[in-house]
Ligand binder design. Sequence first.
Ligand SMILES: *[C@@H]1O[C@H](CO)[C@@H](O)[C@H](O)[C@H]1NC(C)=O
Ligand SMILES: *[C@@H]1O[C@H](CO)[C@@H](O)[C@H](O)[C@H]1NC(C)=O
Ligand SMILES: *[C@@H]1O[C@H](CO)[C@@H](O)[C@H](O)[C@H]1NC(C)=O
Ligand SMILES: *[C@@H]1O[C@H](CO)[C@@H](O)[C@H](O)[C@H]1NC(C)=O
Ligand SMILES: *[C@@H]1O[C@H](CO)[C@@H](O)[C@H](O)[C@H]1NC(C)=O
Ligand SMILES: *[C@@H]1O[C@H](CO)[C@@H](O)[C@H](O)[C@H]1NC(C)=O
Ligand SMILES: *[C@@H]1O[C@H](CO)[C@@H](O)[C@H](O)[C@H]1NC(C)=O
Ligand SMILES: *[C@@H]1O[C@H](CO)[C@@H](O)[C@H](O)[C@H]1NC(C)=O
Ligand SMILES: *[C@@H]1O[C@H](CO)[C@@H](O)[C@H](O)[C@H]1NC(C)=O
Ligand SMILES: *[C@@H]1O[C@H](CO)[C@@H](O)[C@H](O)[C@H]1NC(C)=O
Ligand SMILES: *[C@@H]1O[C@H](CO)[C@@H](O)[C@H](O)[C@H]1NC(C)=O
Ligand SMILES: *[C@@H]1O[C@H](CO)[C@@H](O)[C@H](O)[C@H]1NC(C)=O
Ligand SMILES: [Cu+2]
Length: 572
Amino acid sequence: MASWLLFAVFSCVLLLPETVFGKTRHYTLDIKMHNVTRLCHTKSLVSVNGKFPGPKIIAREGDQLLIKVVNHVPNNISLHWHGIRQLRSGWADGPAYITQCPIQTGQSYVYNYTIVGQRGTLWYHAHISWLRATVYGPLIILPKHGVPYPFPKPHKEVPMVFGEWFNTDTEAIIRQATLSGGGPNVSDAYTINGLPGPLYNCSSKDTFRLRVKPGKTYLLRIINAALNDELFFSIANHTVTVVEADAIYVKPFETDTILIAPGQTTNVLLKTKPSYPSASFFMTARPYATGQGTFDNSTVAGILEYEQPKHAKTSIKNLKLFTPVLPALNDTNFATKFSNKLRSLNSKKFPANVPQKVDRKFFFTVGLGTNPCNHKNNQTCQGPTNTTMFAASISNISFTLPTKALLQSHYSGQSNGVYSPNFPWNPIVPFNYTGTPPNNTMVSTGTNLMVLRYNTSVELVMQDTSILGAESHPLHLHGFNFFVVGQGFGNFDPNKDPKNFNLVDPIERNTVGVPSGGWAAIRFLADNPGVWFMHCHLEVHTSWGLRMAWLVLDGDKPNQKLLPPPADLPKC
Ligand SMILES: *[C@@H]1O[C@H](CO)[C@@H](O)[C@H](O)[C@H]1NC(C)=O
Ligand SMILES: *[C@@H]1O[C@H](CO)[C@@H](O)[C@H](O)[C@H]1NC(C)=O
Ligand SMILES: *[C@@H]1O[C@H](CO)[C@@H](O)[C@H](O)[C@H]1NC(C)=O
Ligand SMILES: *[C@@H]1O[C@H](CO)[C@@H](O)[C@H](O)[C@H]1NC(C)=O
Ligand SMILES: *[C@@H]1O[C@H](CO)[C@@H](O)[C@H](O)[C@H]1NC(C)=O
Ligand SMILES: *[C@@H]1O[C@H](CO)[C@@H](O)[C@H](O)[C@H]1NC(C)=O
Ligand SMILES: *[C@@H]1O[C@H](CO)[C@@H](O)[C@H](O)[C@H]1NC(C)=O
Ligand SMILES: *[C@@H]1O[C@H](CO)[C@@H](O)[C@H](O)[C@H]1NC(C)=O
Ligand SMILES: *[C@@H]1O[C@H](CO)[C@@H](O)[C@H](O)[C@H]1NC(C)=O
Ligand SMILES: *[C@@H]1O[C@H](CO)[C@@H](O)[C@H](O)[C@H]1NC(C)=O
Ligand SMILES: *[C@@H]1O[C@H](CO)[C@@H](O)[C@H](O)[C@H]1NC(C)=O
Ligand SMILES: *[C@@H]1O[C@H](CO)[C@@H](O)[C@H](O)[C@H]1NC(C)=O
Ligand SMILES: [Cu+2]
C-alpha cells in the first residue's frame, strides 16, 4: 500500500505539469466597431478584435482560460462560452442579468474558468440583446496531450460557422419589433465563416472556399451561430460521417445532409475522393423552418475545391460545379430521422452516464403566445391581431429579465424583489397542448426560478404548444449537458412514453430541438451550484420571453459550493 502510494506520488511529479493540471491560456478580446461590406451593403458592426466572425479560441481539456473582455463600443456587452460546464465558476458563464451585469462602455472583465472533462467543438457569443448576430467565434477544445480522437486522425481541421447577415443594424431590428409587437425583419443572407457566397447578388467574391487534397480526411467543426434559424447542410457528391455533437463523441454514422439548430455544434469527417475529380462542389445550407412566421428562405453556398495537379489542363475556375439537393424547408420527417440517429458513443473511455434514478420530474410547455399591446405608448400594434403583441413563454410564464444579476442577488442573499423561487413543476392550467389552441392565449410575466438541491437528478419533459402554430424550438441549458432520453409527437403521455426512454446511449448535449408539435424528455444531474439560464436559442423567441432559470444550491462539502465572485465582476 505504502509503496503504491509512493509510486503514485512519484509518477505524478515526473509527469509534465500540463498533462496533470493543464495550462493557463490568456486571451484579450477587444469588443469594437468594425466596418464590414456584404451584399454591397456596408455597415458598422460590433466585432471581436475587429474581426467578423470573431477569432478562434483554442484550448485543451484541463486548461484554465483567462479571457479579458474590453468594451470599446457604446453598447453594453457580455460573452457566453456556449457549452462550457463552468463547474463552480458560474460568474464566468456570461448571460447578462443572469450571471453577471453587463460590461459597460470603457470597462473590462476577465472570464476565468477551467475546462473540466470536456473536449470538442464549442463556441462563444455575446449574450445580451441581439449582439450575438455579429459577436461570435469558435471555441475549440483539443483532447489532453497524447489522448487520440476515437476516430481516425484527420489530415486537417476546419471550423465552419454558420451565421446570418442583416444589411441593417440588428439592434434596430429587435428594438423595432419590441415597439411594434410584431415579428422582426428577417436576415438578408446566411453565411459560412461570415461569407454569403455566390448565390446572392453582389456576393461571389465573399465565398468560403474549402481547398482539399484527394484521398484525405478532413474534420469539419460545424457551428450554427445563426440568430433565428435551424439549418440543413450538405456537400454535393460527398457524404460525411458525424462523429461529435455539442462536444460529445457520438456513434459515427454517414449522411449526406446534417441538421443543426442555433446553439448546436456538429463535427463531421469528410473523406475526399480518391483522385482529382474534374469538378468542384457546392456546400450549401438553408433553413429547416416549422413556424408560421416569415423567415429568410435563402441558401448560403461555399465551394469545395480540389487542389489541381501541377500540370492540370483546366483551371479550377472552369470546372463544372455540382449542387447538393437539400431537404424541403419544412421536412420534419428528415429532422426526426436525423435526430434519431444521434447516439452517445458510450465507450469505455467515454461512457454515457445517464441518470438511472430520478429525484424530481418536471413538465414544462414551450411555445408562443400573445399579450395585449400597450396602446398608450405605441401607435401601431403588429402582433398576430391588431390588439396583441407576440410573447413567448415556458409554462405560460414569459420571463422578464431583472435589472440586477440573478447570481449576485442569490449569492448576496438579496433576492427579494429580484426573482421568485417558485417556477411551477407543471403548467398551472393544463390544456390540449398540440390540439386546437385555447381561446385565451395570454401569457403571464415574471422572473421565476426553479430551485434545486445540489445533486438532484432531474427529468424534464419539454412540450411544444400549438397556441400560435406548432414550431420546433431549440432549447439550450447553461451549466450542464443533458441526455435526450426520449422525444415524440403530440402530447407527452406520462404513462406510456417513459417506457420507450433510451437510458443506455442517448445523445448528450446542451441544446435540443424540441420537435414541432411534440416533446423532448431530458435528464441531467444538478451537480453544479449557481444560476443557470435555459432558453430557446432562436433569439427572437428568447426576446419574447421563452426563457427561465434554474437555481442549484450549494452542496454540503467545500468542493460543492459556488466560488466567491471575482473582484472585477461588473456591477449594475
Ligand atoms: C466606418 O466607416 C465610416 C464611414 O465611412 C467611418 O466614418 C468610420 O470611421 C469607420 N469606422 C471604423 C471603425 O473603421
Ligand atoms: C481564477 O479563479 C480561480 C478559482 O476561483 C482562482 O483561484 C484564481 O485566483 C483566479 N485567477 C485569476 C487570475 O483571477
Ligand atoms: C424592416 O423592414 C421594413 C420593410 O422592409 C423597413 O421599412 C424597416 O425600416 C426595417 N427595419 C429595420 C430596423 O431595419
Ligand atoms: C439580384 O438582382 C437582380 C437584378 O437586380 C434581381 O432581379 C434579383 O431578384 C436579385 N436576386 C436576389 C437573390 O436578390
Ligand atoms: C455528382 O452527382 C451527380 C448527381 O448524382 C452526378 O450526375 C455527377 O456525375 C456527380 N459528379 C461527380 C464529379 O461526382
Ligand atoms: C422564399 O420566399 C419568397 C418570398 O416569400 C418566395 O417567393 C420564394 O418562393 C421562397 N423560396 C423558396 C425556395 O421557398
Ligand atoms: C411543406 O411545404 C410544402 C410546400 O410549401 C407543402 O405543400 C407541404 O404541405 C408542407 N409540408 C408540411 C409537413 O407542412
Ligand atoms: C409599447 O411601448 C412600451 C414602452 O412604452 C413597450 O414596453 C412595449 O413593449 C411597446 N410595444 C407594445 C407592442 O406594446
Ligand atoms: C383592429 O381591426 C379591427 C377589424 O379589422 C378594427 O375594427 C379595429 O378598429 C382595429 N383596432 C385598432 C386598434 O386598430
Ligand atoms: C388534442 O387535439 C388533437 C388535435 O385536435 C386531437 O386529435 C386530440 O384528440 C386531442 N387530445 C385530447 C386529449 O383532447
Ligand atoms: C373559451 O373557451 C371556453 C371553454 O373552452 C368557453 O367556455 C368560453 O366560452 C370560450 N370563450 C370565448 C370568448 O370564446
Ligand atoms: C448598461 O447597463 C447598465 C447596468 O445594467 C444600465 O444601467 C445601462 O442603462 C445600460 N446601458 C445601455 C446603453 O444599455
Ligand atoms: Cu423557440
